[in-house]
Design a protein around this ligand. Sequence first.
Ligand code: ADP
Ligand code: GLC
Length: 518
Amino acid sequence: MDVDAPRKRRKRSAPRESSREKRVRILFVASEGLPFSKTGGLADVIEALPKALVAQGHEVAVVLPRYRGTKAGAVVMPSLTIPMANRLRFPAIADGTQVSGVRYFFLDDPAYFDRDGLYGNSSGDFPDNPERYSEFCRAAIEIAKHVWPADVIHCHDWQTALVPVLLRTSYGDDPLVKDIPVVFTIHNMGYHGLFKTDVLERAGIPGAVYHPAGMEFYGNVNFLKGGLVYSDFLTTVSKRYAQEIQTPEFGYGLDGVVRSRADRMVGILNGVDYSAWSPEKDKLIPMKYSAKDMGGKHVCKQALLELFGILPEHAARPVIGIVSRFADQKGFDLIAEKAYELMKEDLSLVVLGSGDRKYEELFQAMANTFSGRVGVKIAYDNEIAHKVEAGADMFLMPSRYEPCGLNQIYSLKYGTVPIVRATGGLDDTVEPFDLEHGTGTGFKFAEYSGAAMMYAIRQALHHSTDERIWRRIQLNGMAKDFSWKGPAAEYAKVYEAALTLRGAGQAGRNQMSVTTSN
Ligand code: ADP
Ligand code: GLC
């Protein structure tokens, strides 16, 4: 078991040779992560980025809640004491073993986490989410203190925002953790973790942070704001989104806070784990294929049409795929507006998704009206998601906003041409096709309107009728490399900067090792 005393830890993480000088011990804290839990792209990132950092010589552990179905190993800490309002809770920390060189720990508290759903169920969000994630944040700090001493803590989204808040307040006098730098990644500004002020007491948040320069937000308590204010460095998941969230349109009321911290914020585009998401390696698709031999894509398309009940008489039409959480963010109201116009075009549509009931109903209604041409599965199913990526001709993401977006990047590798709105990571990853130069990987529209979306779709359909041009667009996309190597190196630079800022940079850590070994 890896229960190092802090003194020992400092020695271990201290570099001894120049080639290892940049080795950092990073503790990831996130509310979901593959291969254990997932509702969206965050889980993909929490699996792949630690793996990529380990490949670059860093040590990484990930703390996750132990949700229903998560299998855990031995108990690392049988009973943590977590203060909450006027009571104490005693959750355990379980060992999640090591996967691909990454160490996992789970906060194990069945009353809070052994439920159907991660954040809520069909009646909405769980009302005790602030308590659940407050306990989670405290547990993560205790892991850094007693179990897996970290050089840097890397938090993700509002559920983990109390880590920096508590480190700089409740733990402000604790010599073992008070100076650990915190890097906070914004995956989505649309989710704040906003609660009434009674949450301060309920979730054991120090009252001292309830002020306009802290967690207060128009008379409520805003977790995300706490993360933005108290972390040492902020990152978000594309360069374009890093700009956008500094504007009122995308900032959801926190754009001023982000602007005030602009000197500590960087946009780092998410990567893709090509061992899971490439047509050459994908074990979940009917036939593998590659840029050199595209034969398998046709087989994948036929299988997809059958799976979604598209009738043989429509088999020659281009098929547009959608895989998504159904949320307002994703822009499906544009499809609602243009449903009939869309289906006048020469295409069929396959949709996999779940979430907001109004979009589930929209797509169900389309499937009923255009039966045999529109296939819909209201489900969350990873295997089918892979099949859509491989079998569709085009992939549609008309998002209102999109911090990064992963599906369009997956699509590029599968030769499935993305049609996207030019926002956030969609804008950073898809280059518009340019007929004159033969460059570009997809089709984009800027204005958030049904007409603009239809224009981009018609452009794509038009070019799809010319096999030679279409193959060019597909190959341009398949040649793109969005692996994690580059982004992981960028994160490593942020960790170093955060360490330097807190006086524990390379020099600082060397100093520490000298002190502890004497
Ligand atoms: P977001 O995190 O906003 O949902 P991303 O594009 O970053 O959007 O990531 C979504 C991830 O979730 C992708 O890996 C996608 O394949 C997956 N996904 C979304 N909806 C479904 C679904 N219904 N079934 C299976 N996978 C899904
Ligand atoms: C969020 C965003 C998505 C992003 C993902 C991973 O859920 O909505 O755009 O790709 O996080 O960073």
